[in-house]
Ligand binder design. Structure first.
Ligand SMILES: Nc1ncnc2c1ncn2[C@@H]1O[C@H](COP(=O)(O)OP(=O)(O)O)[C@@H](O)[C@H]1O
Ligand SMILES: [Mg+2]
Length: 346
């Protein structure tokens, strides 16, 4: 069993020390950061990867709005046009279409100065999108013939259509969509809006269960995703699974070798990937799993200051809620891991 994870483990040291390691992956324009569980790194990865990419449109579809807050600390007071405003006209007759939802990130997050990257803010109103979507799809199912196909396609591709328009208006060419832990509603639309998924999986049992649930949703003919499909049967493939919160052996001379607990989860994840390889962007399971460290203090500081980890160095410190927080020495490793992820997406 262990030999099956050797390839993944062997390259992990090169990744961590910053020797470029190209995975054998095709490149796409658009990705959704997705797993059906909260607190596993979707938003942190979306934010940090967005900083490593230029001409990017980041789309926040999680009603909690954490990614929007990273980009704009006034987000929760703001009255800007949101992803929800953009989608509602597709689900309610008579509402006018929204335009130019995307905002330049550098206008509200100075760390992004000089980048031509934009974000589309979320809204807590997205919590009610699933029922509105279900009503609209039920209505469309009453129709027959080509009209039904057209109406269903318009609904399912609503987010994609709007993102394409915003890309043109902002001059961006890459897209990352951060999603909520729930499939119904915007995550469903995100799957139709992107070419491929990036799936964070924390090294715990529940995250592995949610990976299995995600794969079932992607593949099972009776799943919410498969029950109503667009005419072209579009489904995203998985580009990458990012194992978050990995631990490493402290044995002298061990060069970034995962500890026993991380190895157990890695084996389990690799096994799931190989059994579901048809849903990945290549036929080789080893191409699709990368390990990433627990962010520790760097993650806390990144969240508190809305600062990309790429701009942090060992020894940096800040007071967060009156508690001194330090950037841990492993931040250089984390930066290299983040670069590796970004370089294998675009
Ligand atoms: N390797 C890692 N990748 C992403 N997040 C990590 C990692 N290690 C620790 N974390 C921390 O885990 C938390 C994940 O939260 P978040 O990104 O908001 O999750 P989600 O969006 O999936 O709900 C953050 O506090 C982040 O700093
Ligand atoms: Mg999140």
């Amino acid at each position: 069993m262990t030999s099956q994870i050797n390839t993944i483990i062997a390259r992990q040291n090169d990744i961590s020390v910053g020797n470029a390691v190209a995975l054998n992956l095709p490149k796409f324009d658009s990705y959704a950061m997705c797993n059906l569980r909260g607190g596993i790194g979707k938003t942190s990865l979306s934010f940090n990867i967005s900083f490593l990419t230029d001409n990017l449109l980041a789309v926040d579809t999680c009603p909690q709005g954490n990614l929007s807050y990273f980009y704009d600390n006034n987000y929760y007071q703001n009255v800007s046009t949101t992803v929800n405003d953009m989608l509602l006209p597709y689900f309610f007759n008579g509402l006018g279409r929204a335009s130019r939802v995307a905002q330049n990130i550098s206008a509200t997050n100075p760390f992004f100065r000089g980048k031509n990257s934009f974000f589309m803010p979320s809204s807590s109103e997205l919590y009610t999108l699933p029922s509105q979507m279900a009503n609209a799809v039920a209505g469309a199912n009453q129709l027959t013939g080509p009209q039904k196909v057209t109406v269903i396609d318009t609904l399912l591709y609503s987010l994609k259509t709007e993102i394409l328009r915003e890309k043109q208006e902002t001059g961006t060419d890459k897209v990352i969509i951060d999603t909520s832990p729930f499939f119904s509603g915007c995550t469903h639309l995100a799957w139709h809006a992107v070419d491929a998924l990036v799936v964070p999986v924390r090294t715990d049992k529940q995250s592995i269960n949610s990976l299995s649930l995600l794969l079932k949703t992607l593949s099972n003919p009776s799943s919410e995703f498969r029950r109503v499909m667009p005419a072209d049967q579009h489904a995203p493939k998985i580009q990458m699974i990012v194992l978050t919160g990995c631990g490493w052996t402290t044995r002298a001379g061990a060069r970034n070798e995962p500890n026993q607990q991380t190895k157990v989860f890695l084996e389990e994840v690799r096994d799931i990937v190989s059994r579901n390889i048809a849903h990945f962007t290549t036929a080789n399971p080893d191409n699709h799993i990368v390990l990433s460290d627990d962010y520790l203090g760097s993650g806390r500081m990144s969240s508190a200051l809305s600062k990309p980890i790429a701009l942090m160095n060992p020894g940096d410190s800040a007071r967060i809620n009156r508690i001194k927080t330090d950037v841990n020495p492993s931040v250089d490793k984390i930066k290299n891991q983040l670069n590796h992820i970004a370089q294998n997406l675009w």
